[in-house]
Design a protein around this ligand. Sequence first.
Ligand code: G4P
Length: 534
Amino acid sequence: MLDTSKNRADLPPEIARRRTFAIISHPDAGKTTLTEKFLLFGGAIQMAGQVRAKGEARRTRSDFMAMEKDRGISVSASAMSFDFKEFRFNLVDTPGHSDFSEDTYRTLTAVDAAVMVIDGAKGVESQTQKLFEVCRLRDLPILTFCNKMDRESRDVFEIIDEIQENLAIDVTPASWPIGVGRDFIGCYDILRDRLELMDRADRNRVAESVEINGLDDPKLAELVPEELLEKLREDLEMARELLPPLDIEAMHEGSLTPIWFGSAINSFGVKELMEGIAQYGPQPQIQSAEPRQILPEEKKVSGFVFKVQANMDPKHRDRVAFVRIASGHFNRGMKLTHVRMKKPMAISNPVMFLASDRELAEEAWAGDIIGIPNHGQLRIGDTLTEGEAIRVTGIPSFAPELLQTVRAGDPLKAKHLEKALMQFAEEGAAKVFKPAIGSGFVVGVVGQLQFEVLASRIELEYGLPVRFEASQFTSARWVSGDKLAVDKFTESNKQHIAKDHDGDIVYLTRLQWDIDRVERDYPQVTLTATKEMM
Ligand code: G4P
């Protein structure tokens, strides 16, 4: 068996068995289908198709969700837990659309690994590349699934080359496809010397698996047509020469990705990928924090909020903070310290997400994701501990790339609008700036689509029709530095100054020239494009 030494033997078994990961992919590559099959094999759903069916039933309840469906994007991220063999998988969903990259980035701070799904006919697409870059910023280990092998696909070496070249990561094959398109019959499992044969008739059936004693095993010739077998032998020989073997350490450092080939819709290759995640995927990792880092095995519980989602059910005005448990063994009813507010908080109704049903979480371990319903006390970046003043780091807020002003259709509803905007700001759905001069708000987002989502959510959740209009500003920078210098600067630049929802000062810019001018004229003032959430 291959070495998995990067995973520690001394972690408590409950923590060691956890695998917390996200799936990244370009829209349409098969993320939803793969998720569904994960849940199916994890026993969380009985029949494939349920995730979608449930999703659709839910979607009919709101136009916002309908918009999500029309556009074929997943706007909101959620987390799902299920068991696979002796392992507990926590799958955190990432929004696939590029307009939600900030949300995605923060989601990726809560996982220990990512599964990258690519379409075998299309290879590395734009969104795969972007999401991959985000993973790279955190050196996240990546496992790759090359999907849709039941259809005409590209040559395997070409796909591997493209990943290596475009993403600058080494690739090692964990399995190798046999035949292409209509002739695709299955895969050779390189890591375990098995032949996996796909059953095209039953999409929910797990492939037939035949143990093989190396490539010269006569069983191969009985099961694989001669010309395909010959090509397989040639390919594997070439792969052995050209591609690196599986090196767990390199994979955990994010410099090598194992690739599995399969067809999610046919349930093919999915189990092997799950075995791979279980066997080689990283355990819950050490969390960076100040003034010290947090080890998963620490007895005391700690966790941090990486996402806040409001009004998940439009009928109940609830707000759920998604918390990644960073250490310890959490039990329902525990009192944890809200470090930013320096206040105790009883966590009496934490939820876990099993497929799309919520359940009360009686307990959770380091690595798990729980949802904490609250009335706005918990914000992105908040840390919860058993008393110690530790603050988890590395959850940034990015300067928005698009700014617009927003007005309520009914001017008497300005207060309601402010409330709605503040809520979205705390949820991380947008940046909201209150300019020092004049009324109204400037809203900042990363992608245009977010304005549309916001407008429909404000109307739907608050009954407030709103108008977004062009703003003279194009970006924003957080202002810091010596207090006197900052005061002087804000006083003389009032028309550019605003406050964000935390009350921090920002400088609204029109052109890069504005920023250059400040840097030149106010050397004691610093403008930054990111702010650490806390
Ligand atoms: P996404 O979440 O990444 O956007 O992808 P999703 O799973 O929704 O899959 C996108 C399309 O690709 C779907 O088809 C899905 O059925 C199909 N698909 C997924 N896996 C495979 C596979 O292994 N082989 C083939 N041939 N197709 C696959 P659709 O027509 O858009 O939707 P549907 O009508 O099938 O639901």
